[in-house]
Design a binder for this molecule. Structure first.
Ligand code: GDP
Ligand code: MG
Length: 714
């Protein structure tokens, strides 16, 4: 029969890295906690009889977060044959806290003492044999990142499974607590298996509802347990949860003193870097600079050179030329040539042309993540978010959303607080995802000399939109909540690994290509038809002004007039963007015949756009497209995560409303200040601005006093 080994451990203790070593499987290694939300399975390398089950990263077995509930239910209900607890050796006490709880489940336990390379670097020493003796289970020192100790660990796993060993030793609490526990165990003896008796009694003493429900106790028994608890609380003058937690930590403190010698007290390189990178003063400016550099490299310099080449040579010359000579040689109908060259090549090519820039960008982001910097960013942003009463935890979904908001929205699952979670789902798509970047690059190239500041501005406008939404929406009863505390482990910095980062960039680029070949291609064909035929299905003239698409766009022109982009081309581009944001580029490529040179500041490009938009209109167009409803796939993810049509509609309404308001304010105030144009819409923009500020400053009726003060001062 198959044996099951469960991998448990704190977030960022190296479970995923170890899992890959054990299974030889291919998985992504991330730095932020919560990447391993779903369960993952594999089998031991060279031994398919041993199943490895990766559990979500957790700090304890107390069911505060969904991960803890998942892990705990799995361990209690499935009872694996062995638990391997991955412990970050450079953070011993905190990590062993979970081990003390795992031991109480009476399942054989092996400790994989990870990060030994870090421990060695800091000069600390851990007496592994002593630790193993005191814990009553095998302890194997490893370094998952370096791949050392893995063979020993596999050997120990196999021999432990064969030997059917005794369960590990459990921690002894203070005499008072032990006495209380003994009484509870007496009551529960007939309700649970001997294996789970001690564990269940501790949980019952702590009034854990899930445990109490599982045990099916009588009212009398419940009352007795409550009495025991109250007596202990009075005796030790503390609350039960803090009694148990503190006693665990005290015991672990003694254990650590006995097995661990701290190295000479010098700052590790990581500490020294963190002093600067996460400092209150410099943390944010450094982050802004780093993001600017990323966009500078990918959008403005290296990436652009490659993109220009692809656009001009490949999609501007080679491909259309080849297509044309191939088709004319075979005498195909002119409309078909038009569909292929002005529809598919112009549209899909316009999107694909950004691939080099995307690749460089994905590579930069992978390097930032793999080196450990992104975890620091979450820490820096947590401090800022907290000032506005938002949870720092929501910053992780936001960072993921810069790749694609679908996984970003899904990542909100790690948030304990339902209201914070809703808020994060509603706002995650404000971040510029990789499909939006070609749109930014296109407009930045045409109007702003390809400046990386335009792209960087949208990164931080996204963050600002999240904060503004948070502050405003938290004042509504259904979303008001104190931000949950946010603990996060900081992995040590290390040089990014070439293979990991390259693989990541390639897989993201491949996803980009696949989208271009499927949904974007299909859209290109439909858009070409709609822009080349009129309602009676006759082909229209080159400008497309009489086309179906133009009439649809023109019908909505009044709506976008106040935002400065009431030409049909921009409007239909905005609408096709709801299918996929790359379609904005796709559509403009087709309806404006922009086959080549999209990112370059070419006079023709500027001229083509200049006839449609002025600089302020162009930026307003971008603002609207970045903040409004995301693509349908992301809306689908919102619907799944919210599990409610009403909340989904509310989210879309908020995104549309905010996008419209921001574009309206920006365009009309810019026209007024820079071009001196003052009109009815300027008044409207000022009114909307005042409304927004009023909503921001409105006191919060639903939060506690302390919170209120913070919000007002923020
Ligand atoms: P998980 O959250 O427990 O799945 O942890 P991961 O496997 O994603 O690892 C978190 C971070 O720690 C990654 O950046 C790993 O590269 C890093 N890491 C994992 N194991 C080690 C190790 O033994 N030494 C060092 N220095 N870093 C490690
Ligand atoms: Mg993981």
């Amino acid at each position: 029969m198959k044996k099951v080994v469960a991998l448990a451990g704190n977030p960022n203790s190296g479970k995923t890295t170890l899992f890959n070593h054990l299974t030889g499987g291919n998985q992504r290694v991330g730095n932020w906690p919560g990447v391993t939300v779903d369960k993952k399975e594999g089998t031991l390398r060279r031994n398919p009889e041993i199943k490895i089950q990766d559990l979500p990263g957790i700090y304890s077995l107390s069911p505060y977060s969904p991960e803890e509930v998942v892990s705990r239910n799995y361990l209690i209900e499935e009872r694996p044959d062995l638990i391997v607890d991955v412990v970050d050796g450079s953070n011993l006490v905190r990590n062993l806290y979970l081990a003390t709880q795992l031991a109480e489940l009476r399942v054989p336990l092996v400790i994989a003492l990870n990060m030994m390379d870090v421990v060695e670097k800091t000069g600390a020493k851990i007496d592994v044999r002593e630790l193993s003796e005191r814990l009553g289970c095998a302890v194997v020192p490893i370094s998952a990142a370096r791949g050392t100790g893995i063979d020993e660990l596999i050997a120990v796993i196999q021999s432990t499974l064969e030997a059917a060993p005794a369960a590990p030793g459990v921690l002894t609490f203070s005499p008072q607590t032990e006495a209380a526990l003994a009484q509870v165990m007496g009551i529960l003896a007939t309700h649970t298996s001997a294996d789970l008796l001690r564990y269940s009694s501790i949980q019952a003493l702590q009034a854990d509802e899930l445990t109490l429900a599982r045990l099916q106790l009588s009212a009398n028994e419940l009352a007795m347990i409550k009495g025991i608890r109250t007596e202990l609380e009075q005796d030790l003058d503390d609350e039960i949860d803090s009694i148990i937690t503190q006693e665990r930590y005290e015991a672990l403190g003694r254990l650590a003193d006995a097995v661990q010698t701290i190295g000479p007290a010098k700052l590790s390189p990581t500490d020294r870097i963190d002093r600067i990178v996460t400092s209150r003063l410099l943390g944010l400016p450094i982050f802004i600079l780093v993001m600017f550099l990323v966009y500078f490299v990918s959008i403005q310099t290296i990436g652009t050179m490659a993109t220009d080449w692809v656009n001009e040579v490949v999609f501007g010359d080679v491909v259309p030329g080849a297509v044309e000579s191939f088709m004319t040689a075979r005498d195909v109908a002119p409309w078909l040539l038009g569909l292929v060259n002005d529809g598919i090549v112009a549209g899909v090519g316009a999107v694909l042309g950004f691939l080099p820039q995307m690749f460089v960008l994905f590579l930069c982001l992978a390097i930032l993540e793999d080196s450990g910097y992104m975890a620091r960013v979450a820490f820096v942003m947590d401090r800022i978010f907290r000032r506005f009463g938002l949870s720092g935890k929501s910053f992780i979904p936001l960072m993921i959303s810069t790749g694609c908001s679908v996984p970003g929205i899904q990542a909100s699952r790690t948030m304990e607080n339902e209201r914070d979670r809703r808020l994060t789902i509603m706002t995650a798509s404000f971040m510029p995802c990789s499909a939006k970047l070609p749109v930014i690059a296109l407009i930045a190239g045409a109007f702003f000399g390809g400046s990386a500041w335009v792209t960087t501005s949208f990164y931080f406008i996204g963050i600002a939109a999240v904060i503004v939404s948070g502050v405003i929406l938290k004042k509504f009863k259904r979303l008001a909540a104190e931000p949950a505390p946010f603990v996060m482990e900081m992995p040590s910095y290390h040089a990014p690994r070439a293979l990991t980062t390259l693989k990541y960039a390639l897989s993201k680029s491949w996803a980009f290509i696949k989208r271009a070949g499927t949904i974007i291609l299909l859209s290109a064909i439909v858009i070409w038809f709609l822009s080349n035929f009129d309602w009676s299905l006759r082909m229209v003239e080159e400008s497309g002004a009489d086309s179906i698409l133009a009439s649809l766009g023109n019908a909505l022109a009044w709506l976008f007039y106040p935002l400065g982009f009431n030409n049909w081309q921009s409007i239909v581009a905005t609408i096709t963007g709801f299918i996929a944001k790359e379609n904005v580029v796709n559509t403009l490529g087709i309806v404006m015949n922009l086959g080549s040179g999209l990112t370059e500041e070419s006079p023709e490009l500027l001229q083509a756009f200049g006839a449609l938009l002025n600089t302020h209109g162009a930026y307003s167009f971008l603002l609207f497209n970045m903040l409004c409803m995301p693509c349908f796939a992301a809306v689908g993810a919102i619907k799944t995560e919210m599990a409610s049509t009403k909340w989904t509609l509310a989210a879309v309404a908020w995104q549309m409303g905010l996008a419209y308001a921001v574009s309206l304010i920006y365009y009309n105030l810019a026209q007024w200040f820079v071009n001196g144009i003052f009109g009815l819409w300027t008044v409207a923009a000022i009114a909307v601005l005042i409304l927004l500020v009023a909503l921001l400053l409105r006191p919060n009726r639903y939060l506690a006093l302390g919170q209120k003060k913070e919000l007002v001062s923020a």
